[in-house]
Each structure stands twice: as C-alpha cells, then as structure tokens.
Design a protein around this ligand. Structure first.
Ligand code: FES
Length: 167
C-alpha cells in the first residue's frame, strides 16, 4: 500500500511575491548589523511589498535573527507601517481643529459615500486608502486634505470629484 503524503502549500509564494521577497532579502543584507537596521528594512519592505503582513514580518525576523515579537512591536508602534494592503494612493482628510470647524467632517462623510469605504479602509478597486490627519499645516485655508504628498486647501464636497479624478 502506497503512502499518501500531502505537502502543505499554504506558505508557497507566487513568483511575483517571491521576486519581492528576494528584493527584500537583498535590502536586509545591505542593512544587516547597521544601527536602526530594523526600521530601515521595514520601510524598504513596505515600499517593495506595499504593506507588512505577518508572514513578511516573520521572514524579516528570521533573516535578522530577531524575535517576531520585536518586529511586530515596531510595526504596530509606528502609524506609517501598515499590516493591511493599501491603495495606490493615500487620501487623508484633516480633522485638526481648524479643519474640523470649517467642514472637515462633511468631507469625511462625502468621501465615505463617494468611495464606499470607511475611514481606515481601502477602496475595492485598491485606488485609495482613506485616512484622517491631524493638522497638515494649512489651517489658514481649511478645510484641507492630502492625496499622497499633495495638499488641497479650502476643499468643499463639490470639489471632491475633480480632485479624485486626478489620481
Ligand atoms: S487643522 Fe487642518 S491643516 Fe491645520
């Protein structure tokens, strides 16, 4: 009687993923043993992979000889690291005091409606990740929002379609 053995394939990577992991491994080799190595590697890994899922954190921990808890601790501490897949663009509506009192909340409601996603989420087409900011330095021309590194001032719900269409 032949023995039936099924190998676990849950951790297999697609060739596209494998190429990204290989690139991340090169980054790890570059920064290994340098001061602040983990943060630099995580930044690069997020740029390459788009976000930092647990499997990738485990890979980085193994490669650097660190406990996964240390890597996870850093990822969860800094808000610029994301453990979920992000959209191609990051849209942040400012809800600092000036923006809040001049209509920032209305922008949030309008965007939730237009994008069909709640704050913190990513649109179904992966075009936008929608977040809140706390003052982006444009208080005099509130309400303001950012799309990636671009700042838009005195934004009204009526202007949103035009802004979104640029991305
Ligand atoms: S409060 Fe929105 S830019 Fe300062």
């Amino acid at each position: 009687m032949s023995e039936y053995k099924e190998e676990c394939r849950c951790c297999e990577r697609s060739s596209e993923d494998q190429a990204k992991y290989d690139q991340i491994a090169q980054v790890i080799d570059t920064y290994r043993d340098k001061e602040g190595c983990l943060i630099m590697v995580l930044h690069a890994a997020q740029q390459i992979y788009g976000y930092l899922p647990l499997e990738l954190q485990r890979f980085i921990a193994d490669q650097l000889g660190l406990p996964l808890s240390e890597v996870y601790g850093v990822v969860s501490f800094y808000s610029f690291f994301s453990t979920t897949e992000r959209g191609a663009h990051t849209l942040r509506v400012c809800l600092g005091t000036a923006c809040y009192v001049r209509g920032g909340k209305k922008l949030v409601e309008a965007l939730e409606e237009k994008l069909q996603v709640k704050v913190g989420g990513t649109t179904a087409d992966k075009r936008f990740t929608f977040e809140i900011a706390r003052c982006i330095g444009a208080c005099g021309l509130a309400p303001a929002l950012m799309i990636d590194d671009d700042v838009f001032k005195q934004v009204s719900p009526a202007k949103l379609d035009g802004l979104l269409a640029q991305y």
